[in-house]
Design a protein around this ligand. Structure first.
Ligand code: ZN
Length: 137
């Protein structure tokens, strides 16, 4: 079975919300695209991020851009909280320069960093009154 891709407006909305709440000002919303893939053979990947690297930017005369791909078979089964953490993780791979490359896990991304940012995101959402009913107590 080959992999198929479709637009993921739900993921895009979440990624924009997260980048805005967490003040990731280096992330250019118009240049971050979100796709949902089906039929990936990778067993453990939930999501991944692709960057349009320098050679492609020069050749095609396009700006640096990123695609967040969620693997439907796994991402769609996650709870909302896990989805949020997944997207935070992927956004953390985008470097300050927004030049098409990536930041590595080491020094930039781990569970603690993601959890902390997730708390901040949740607080921000609560403060602007957008928390879903099931999260209110
Ligand atoms: Zn990663």
């Amino acid at each position: 079975m080959s992999i198929t891709y479709s637009e993921a407006p739900d993921v895009k909305k979440l990624a924009d919300e997260i980048a805005e709440s967490l003040e990731f000002f280096h992330v250019v919303p118009q240049l971050v695209f979100c796709l949902r893939s089906k039929g990936s053979t990778s067993r453990r990947t939930i999501a991944r991020i692709h960057g349009l690297g320098k050679v492609w930017q020069e050749t095609l005369n396009l700006p640096a851009s990123y695609v967040i791909e969620v693997i439907s078979e796994r991402y769609d089964r996650l709870t909302q909280e896990e989805r949020e953490k997944t997207i935070i993780h992927e956004l953390l791979h985008i470097p300050r320069a927004f030049a098409g490359g990536f930041r590595p896990h080491k020094g930039y991304i781990d569970e603690q960093i993601v959890d902390q940012l997730h708390k901040t995101f949740r607080k921000h959402k609560q403060s602007i009154g957008q928390v879903f009913k099931e999260h209110q107590e």
